[in-house]
Design a protein around this ligand. Structure first.
Ligand code: SF4
Ligand code: SF4
Length: 141
């Protein structure tokens, strides 16, 4: 469930936002491994949880999918690394500098304020890696 400050009813969306894989840079993956070790005392095996992806501007790591959903989602549809989840997950339902996922019930039912969406868009602009923002298509390797 995400984002943390919002109340999501996953019965409505079946964790829609966790049915596509976040893409990270190599540095972000290294940071995630460190954070997960600190927060959950768990050694994240990058080969097990990520696959490589290429784009026009570089090479990246995509979180693997399992049965159509993110490998980190548990049976109760909760993120197993929630406290360390990737930035792209944290900023959802914002999915680009000026785009939101209209299918998210928080957006559809106006349960997220315009101010909150604007703040998330600002964070997207400031915090998401410049190359990832420019990529149109990722090719999974
Ligand atoms: S890392 Fe967590 S929040 Fe992000 S898509 Fe996977 S399960 Fe969802
Ligand atoms: S799709 Fe929207 S309502 Fe559902 S878990 Fe994700 S952010 Fe929350």
């Amino acid at each position: 469930m995400k984002p943390g400050s919002l109340v999501c009813d996953i019965k409505l969306c079946n964790a829609l936002c966790c049915r596509s894989c976040p893409v990270l840079t190599e540095d972000e993956v290294a940071e995630l491994v460190t954070d997960v070790k600190r927060e959950y005392a768990f050694d994240l095996d990058t080969k097990k949880y990520f696959r490589k992806a290429s784009g026009e501007y570089g090479l990246y790591y995509a979180v693997k999918m399992k049965k159509g959903q993110c490998i980190f989602l548990d049976k109760e549809k909760r993120c197993r690394i929630y406290r360390c989840r990737p930035k792209l997950c944290e900023l959802y339902p914002v999915v680009d500098v000026d785009a939101v996922d209209e299918r998210c019930p928080l957006v559809m039912k106006n349960k997220i304020s315009r101010e909150m969406l604007d703040a998330l868009k600002m964070r997207y602009s400031d915090e998401i890696d410049a190359r990832i923002k420019k990529e149109q298509i990722f090719n999974f390797i």
